[in-house]
Structures are given as C-alpha cells and as structure tokens.
Design a protein. Structure first.
Length: 329
C-alpha cells in the first residue's frame, strides 16, 4: 500500500484523508509538537519512507530530496513553490504540484484587510482604546485613491474587482496580462515605472522568479509616490526588506502591510516589528475555511491522479519535457 504524509500546518482535519484513503493510500500527519518551518532539518526524518507528501512551506532542498529516495510526489498546499528545488526534482524524477484557483479570494481579502487596517489606523486605534486613550487622526480616504496591482493572475483579478467596488482607480502591471479581463473591468495596464509613480497603494501578487526576486528594492521604492503604501501577501522574496525598512523609517512610504517575509516565522528581532507604520500578519492570506478545505482536497486529488496514471497538467509545475513519467510501484 502506498504511503502519503502531510507536513502542512493544520493538516489534522480536512477531506484529504478520505480522498487519499479511497485512492489506496495509508495516510500519516506531522506530529502536533513538530513545526517543520522552524525545524527544517527534521523534514527527512518525518518524510522518510513515504511516496507522496502534502507539503506546506517547509524546504525541500536538493540535499533533503536526495535523502528521500521513496518520495515521488510533492503536492504543495497552495500555489507557491519557492521552497521546493524544482531543478533537483527534475533531476530526481519527482513531481511537484500546486493547487491553483482555490485561495485567490482569501488572499485578496487579506490584502484588502491590510489596506483598510492601515487606512483606518486599526492597530494604533485598538491600542489607544485599550490604554484608555481617545485619539483622532485624519487619514486619506481609500475611496477615490489609486491602487497598483503587480500581477494580474487569479489573485490580482480578485483584488481588482474588490478595489473597483471600493471606488479605487485600478492600474495593473503583468508581463503577460489578461487583456480581456482588463478591458472588461476598465483596468489600465501600465509598465512598472508608471504603476509605482501613480499608485497610492501598491499590492504584490507575483510569483518569485529570478526576474521578480527583490523586485521591490531601493530603486523601485524610490519611484513610489511619497506617502504611498506597500502591501505584500504574495511572497517575501519579492521585497528587499532592508530597503523597505529604510523607506518606512525615512517616511518616504506611509506604511506597509505584510503577510509574508524573507524568513518565516519573522524573527522577533526584525526591525519590522519595531516600526509603528507596519501592519503585520503571519502568512495567513490563503487561509479561510473554504480555501483550507479546497486546497487540501486538490492536493490529495493530485497525488491520487498521479498514482492512477493521470497527469494533472494544470497543477504540475516541473518536468515540463516529460511525457512518460510513471509511478513505479
């Protein structure tokens, strides 16, 4: 009987158990007292002997993968896969899948939560009331402002429709934009410089690639409007955090709302924690009940489909030139 392991957080409930078991798998989950994001050196120990894994954000490096000869499939819970060495997976014949189309509404809601939390000073207002203080501050209205969406995929599109509903002017930058969607919703497609120069809010919805890593850096931050706001619910690798801290400390940026970071969990000694003009959350953008259910279900289905000889092309992110991959039993 093939064996599947779930390393992702909150994996102790959901439809994946039934899907995998119905597909013929024995299923196990990471112990509650083990956090592989904080203890990545334990990935090999936990996954050893399993043919498939529903993976969270823990690293699957070449060194780790080479020590897991039985592992055939890494089925990522979510759409990001920067923690997985795809080149090593190609070399070792291991399939990597993701779960597209299940959490875009959740991420967009988180991004808008950060925007509104910053716009209405939710953090400082909450702290003031709890301290017995009663404070008033005038802040710019969100309605009528301009938002720049970097990445107009599923999440960017979900963000755009919400922004339109909030009366915002929507600009978008995407190397391969959906022109039909932009035309339908009267979204202005612009180059990166124009988006940075004109946007009151810049929200990131790009994958991390060699072209996009640290796309928000000293040069691009300098092009952003004075007193604008940066929102990142995508990946920490998109932002040069040192440069961002400088822009926040200098006042060039009014604020930042961050759900993702270069290193996760965010170290408690990070300067970001000490900044009053930063609103933080712990990489929960894709987590609501519906997204949790659907992502785990699709991750399990991807494993079962591969085991049964199917190839979920829309979910596989590597082995692009492979046409004869088979689950060796």
């Amino acid at each position: 009987m093939p064996r599947a392991f779930c390393t992702a957080k909150m994996c102790d409930f959901g439809p994946h158990f039934e899907i995998l078991q119905a597909g013929g798998f024995e299923v196990a989950t990471v112990p509650a007292d083990v956090d592989l994001r904080k203890e990545p050196h334990r990935v090999v120990e936990q996954v050893q002997g399993y043919e498939a894994v529903i993976a969270g954000a823990e690293p699957f490096t070449r060194e780790v993968l080479e020590q897991l000869p039985d592992l055939k499939v890494i089925s990522r819970y979510g759409v990001g896969y920067d923690a997985v060495d795809l080149e090593a997976c190609d070399d070792l014949g291991k399939v990597v899948t993701i779960t597209p189309g299940v959490n875009h509404h959740s991420v967009a809601e988180q991004a808008f939560t950060l925007i509104m939390g910053i716009a209405r000073l939710s953090r400082s207002q909450d702290q003031a009331v709890r301290a017995g203080q009663w404070e008033w501050h005038l802040t710019p209205r969100v309605w009528g402002s301009t938002i720049g969406i970097m990445g107009l995929g599923r999440i960017g599109q979900a963000m755009a429709t919400r922004a339109i509903g909030m009366g915002m002017t929507v600009l978008a930058y995407d190397p391969f934009p959906n022109q039909a969607f932009a035309d339908e919703h009267q979204i202005k497609l612009v180059d990166l410089n124009e988006l940075l120069e004109q946007s009151d809010y810049v929200t990131l919805h790009l994958p991390v690639t060699p072209e996009t890593r640290d796309i928000i850096n000293r040069d691009t931050l300098a092009k952003m409007k004075s007193s604008s706001v940066l929102i990142n619910t995508a990946r920490g690798g998109l932002v040069d955090e040192e440069a961002l801290i400088e822009a926040l400390e200098s006042g060039h940026l009014r604020a930042a709302g961050l759900d993702v970071y270069k290193k996760e969990p965010l170290p408690v000694d990070s300067p970001l924690i000490k900044l009053e003009n930063v609103l933080l959350s712990c990489h929960t953008g894709g987590l609501d009940r519906e997204s949790h259910r659907d992502a785990y279900a699709m991750a399990a289905q991807n494993i079962v489909r591969l085991y049964q000889g199917d190839w979920p092309e829309e979910c596989v992110v590597n082995l692009k030139n492979t046409t004869d991959w088979k689950w060796s039993k």
